[in-house]
Design a protein around this ligand. Structure first.
Ligand code: UD1
Ligand code: CA
Length: 455
């Protein structure tokens, strides 16, 4: 099979975005548009990806990594044909070339697979779409037999041609050898004074090549982004597809329009996701997991039957089987909750290992700590893990009972079965089954006369 090379045009300024950021770095589902396209090119098995950059080139390059990427600078944007021509020296003669666009982010891999599969030395593949309103697009011209003969740009089209509703998506596939012979012949004698890539269609027909047309399943696949309204429109389409996938795979969504997936979400069966939940990075939800409204779940694994109650943030954490988290909990990176644990409201954890059956139910901070099984951490408990310079560990054994409003000044170890009296500030290790009380002793003074207001 001849190698596939993908050219991605991304040199335009995108002035209608009204942004300091190059257009192709604006994000859909948390990922720059250009990265969506690069991901698609990789899934197609591209040997090399040629990015044509111009406006914001340094930033685009800095934000985009990969050994398979080759950048070419198009100093002046003289047209799509001129843009592709910049990559010719880097294209092997035997390559098949697919042209994509950095601002057409949601083109599907299988649509392109079909397009590319249909081409050979004698066949050019063209992706078109039929629109109710074709305004602004290049129109597809066909002869009496229905064969494509050329593309005419809107600004060069006659009134009659403007009635054609089949338009050019800009996406096409053809052999590198043909591109190398055609692109140097392009002229810019047209309404826009540009070198049009679209003119190669008539050249192909002139050389008796076949033009094979494919269409995407959904027009959103080939919709470009010129402003933030179109960006939002594609974001919603993307998210609706993710929602549909989740429902198909076994999740009940309280509202498919109010869940956002910005990354890779893997789910089991019988998942419940309430409204306004955001998933970021790589997240796995096992069977029977339930996520309450307003949660943010990032780079985490949540085991079967666990419940994340409303307005919790779970970030870089592992949540064990049937664990209960929140409402209003914040699990920070390095948190590992074993099975049947509970982390309740207004509790923050960080690098905290929590053993099976342990509970931190209210208003606590547990950081750089490891807790055994069946530990009960009372309300208002703080691990004082930081002296302003260094972080220290708190180690708590199985079955420890930590009274409310305890400060554990790390490094400190509380051995199994120990009990800490409420309001203690613990600065020394506690042995197994000891009671530690570290607070001022209560004094009651009899017949205390309160001060009276002076008249
Ligand atoms: C192009 C097609 C048109 C098609 C439409 C689909 C041509 C001549 N016309 O028109 O048939 O219907 O796309 O959206 O190809 N770019 C560069 N360098 C350049 C010029 C453009 O990188 O010198 C990039 C732009 O950043 C943009 C893309 O190519 O991402 C398309 O360019 P644009 O000028 O928007 O083409 P259209 O006029 O929309
Ligand atoms: Ca355009």
């Amino acid at each position: 099979m001849r190698p596939l090379h993908v050219v991605i045009l991304a040199a335009g300024q995108g002035s209608r975005m009204k942004s300091a950021l190059p257009k192709v770095l604006h994000k859909i589902a948390g990922l720059p548009m250009l990265h969506h396209v690069i991901g698609t090119a990789r899934r197609l098995g591209a040997e090399n990806i040629h990015g044509v950059i111009g406006h914001g080139a340094d930033l685009v390059r800095a934000e985009t990594q990969g050994d398979d990427l080759q950048w070419v600078l198009q100093e002046q944007q003289l047209g799509t044909g001129h843009a592709v021509a910049q990559t010719l020296p880097n294209l092997p003669d035997n390559a098949r070339v697919l042209v994509l666009y950095g601002d057409v982010p949601l083109i599907r891999t299988d649509t392109l697979q079909q397009l590319v599969a249909g081409i050979d030395d004698q066949t050019l593949g063209l992706l078109t779409v039929t629109l109710d309103n074709p305004d602004g697009y290049g129109r597809i011209l066909r002869d009496g037999a229905g064969e494509v003969t050329a593309i005419v740009e809107q600004k060069d089209a006659t009134a009659e041609q403007k009635l054609i509703c089949e338009v050019n998506t800009g996406i096409l596939a053809v052999s590198a050898a043909r591109l190398k012979s055609w692109l140097p012949q392009l002229s810019n004698r047209n309404a826009q004074g540009e070198y049009y890539l679209t003119d190669i269609i008539a050249m192909a027909v002139g050389e008796s090549m076949a033009v094979r047309v494919n269409q995407p399943e959904n027009p959103y696949e080939v919709q470009g982004v010129n402003n933030r309204l179109q960006l939002a429109e594609l974001e919603r389409w993307f998210q609706r597809q993710e929602a549909d996938r989740l429902m198909t795979e076994g999740a009940t969504l309280a509202d498919p329009g109010r869940v956002d997936v910005r990354g890779k979400l893997t789910i089991g069966n019988d998942i419940l996701i309430d409204i306004n939940v955001v998933f970021e990075g790589e997240v796995e939800l096992a069977d029977g997991v339930s996520i309450g409204p307003g949660c943010v779940i990032r780079d985490s694994r949540i085991a079967a039957g666990a419940v994340i109650h409303a307005h919790s943030i779970v970030d870089g954490a592992e949540v064990g089987v049937a664990a209960q988290v929140g409402p209003f909990a914040r699990l920070r990176p390095g948190t590992r909750l074993a099975a049947d644990t509970k982390v309740g409201n207004f509790v923050e954890t960080k690098k905290a290992i929590v053993g099976e059956g342990s509970k931190i139910s209210h208003l606590s901070y547990v950081g750089d700590a490891s807790l055994g099984r069946n530990v009960n951490v009372g309300a208002g408990t703080i691990t004082c893990n930081y002296d302003g310079v260094n972080k220290f560990q708190t180690v708590i054994g199985d079955g420890v009972f930590v009274g409310s409003n305890t400060a554990l000044v790390a490094p400190v170890t509380v051995a199994e079965g120990a009990t800490i009296g409420a309001g203690s500030t613990i600065t020394r290790d506690i042995n197994a089954r000891e009671l530690a009380v570290a607070r001022g002793r209560q004094r009651n003074l009899a017949d205390w006369a309160r001060p009276e207001k002076k008249s």
